[in-house]
Design a protein around this ligand. Structure first.
Ligand code: HEM
Length: 451
């Protein structure tokens, strides 16, 4: 059976993606219009097949290579090749090494006090900006800016041997580089011609300066490492021990800084934003926090498992606003997906956001309803219905660490503060590799124990 989809255009597909406002929104349009399996023009792939049904996705879950062009916007960050598209043979040992560093519960437990101290320092700063008496809103905080910087501090403490100087500048350097190069690929609103990173308003210069800053940061992280492995979670030590060459070590440090900071930062930002729009859910979360933590300001490691409603909230937030809105694979063999055939060599597009909005598995998909994640409701859904960390052998190696970090940050902040959206401030999701809010998510905070 022929796979449905929009008509082919001479521009290779960039126009339709730009018209929709980016690939994150285009995928929703495509699946609303054409159903769960859609063939469409993706720049860099002749025709890609997008699959938004979790049962049909199973036929692709073994695929372990990504199409190169789709992730070419990341190329400038790396010297030995972009790890996103590392060939499967090389990738298996890289993944094993990363999992040994990132996924171990003992390391998560060991670093929790340090994560807590970093979160408390941010909370103290926010407390100074908090509103007080009736009518005094204080100074708004920028969730995304502060929480991505916090996540960067956490990955540096955990895996990269300590502090990174000026994390806020590193975060904006990544933003500048990704914005410029994504514009080049997809011509997202206002961008120049495809393939051109440099563009308007000094974007190209900012991207170049950003890249220099990122390279210097990576060099400093590695120079601060004085050889020897400092523990299971020390990624530089693990790479040296594995005999990796210096350029590959630099690339892995860059990849980890990138992969860990913006995803976790936006996951927590979107969760706080959605909670601020749903006071009843927030009340239930804070009730649980008060019950589990009592007068303590932060959870111990064992408490995280007891914050079951908070975990449901985080999962629902990552369903509605998946930090990574899409992924992709290349298939070297022909596949059968339901009634359709996909030829060898094709690009399989993973529309994570559209999978999460599939009404067949998520009734009322636009509603924020954490109760969807009770053990009973979760067990009734197919395995791949909720995939914020991706699928199969290229799924996120940092998933377990990210959950620990995000739960901790949310627990500390929600125990201490109430959050209210700044009136008139519009929150617009855009794609910056992650699902990013164009002009941050600005909130006023007030201390809970003030009232
Ligand atoms: C809430 C936070 C996070 C989310 C939602 C997230 C999501 C994702 C997604 C969707 C992918 C692509 C998966 C696929 O193609 O199937 C990915 C890949 C990856 N993530 Fe995460 N991530 C998060 C945090 C982290 C953290 C803390 C790290 C730690 C370094 C990390 C490291 C990576 C790496 C290295 C990859 C590349 C996977 C590969 O090609 O083998 N991520 N992540």
């Amino acid at each position: 059976m022929e796979i449905p989809g929009p008509e082919w255009r001479a521009d290779g597909g960039v126009g339709a993606i730009a018209d929709a406002g980016g690939l994150h929104l285009y995928q929703l349009r495509l699946h609303e219009a054409f159903g769960p399996v859609v063939r469409f023009q993706l720049p860099g792939a002749d025709g890609a097949v997008s699959i938004a049904d979790p049962v049909l996705l199973e036929a692709t879950a073994h695929l372990d290579e990504r199409p190169e062009r789709l992730f070419a916007f990341l190329d400038p960050l790396f010297e030995t090749g972009n790890p996103q598209v590392m060939p499967a043979g090389e990738h298996a040992s890289w993944r094993r090494l990363l999992l040994s560093v990132l996924a171990g519960r003992p390391s998560h437990e060991r670093y929790l006090p340090q994560f807590t101290a970093l979160t408390m320092a941010l909370a103290d700063r926010w407390a100074e900006q908090a509103g007080g008496a009736e009518g005094d809103d204080g100074r708004p905080v920028g969730l995304q800016k502060d929480l991505t910087a916090l996540s960067l501090r956490m990955i540096c403490a955990y895996a990269l041997g300590g502090e990174v100087s000026e994390p806020e500048r590193v975060v904006s350097a990544f933003e500048d580089v990704l914005t410029a190069h994504l514009h080049g690929l997809y011509r997202t609103p206002g961008a120049g011609a495809p393939g051109e990173a440099a563009g308007r308003n000094g974007e190209g210069e900012r991207a170049e300066a950003g890249l220099l800053l990122l390279r210097r940061t990576v060099d400093r992280v590695i120079a601060a490492h004085h050889g020897g492995r400092r523990g299971r979670s020390d990624v530089v030590g693990a790479l040296v021990e594995a005999g990796e060459e210096p350029a590959r070590i630099r690339d892995t440090v860059m990849a980890m800084m990138l992969a860990a900071h913006h995803t976790t930062g936006v996951a927590v930002s979107w969760a706080l934003y959605l909670l601020s729009l749903h006071p009843r859910v927030t009340e239930r979360v804070t009730g649980e926090l008060d019950r589990v933590l009592g007068a303590r300001a932060a959870p111990a490691y064992e408490d995280l498992g007891r914050l079951t409603y908070l975990e449901m909230v985080l999962k629902e937030a990552m369903r509605l606003c998946p930090p990574g809105p899409y992924g992709a694979r290349r298939t070297d063999t022909a596949l059968v997906v339901g009634a359709y055939g996909i030829p060898a060599g094709a690009t399989v597009f993973y529309p994570f956001w559209a999978v999460h909005m599939n009404p067949a598995y998520w009734p009322g998909p636009r509603e924020f309803r954490p109760e969807r994640f009770t053990p009973r409701e979760s067990a009734a859904r197919p395995r791949l219905a909720h995939i914020p960390f991706g699928i199969g052998p290229r799924s996120c190696e940092g998933a377990r660490l990210a959950m620990v970090e995000a739960m901790l940050i949310l627990a500390v902040l929600l125990k201490r503060f109430r959050f209210r959206p700044v009136p008139g401030h519009e929150v617009v999701p855009v794609e910056r590799f992650v699902l990013w809010a164009a002009d941050d998510i600005r909130m006023t905070v007030s201390l809970r124990n003030d009232t």
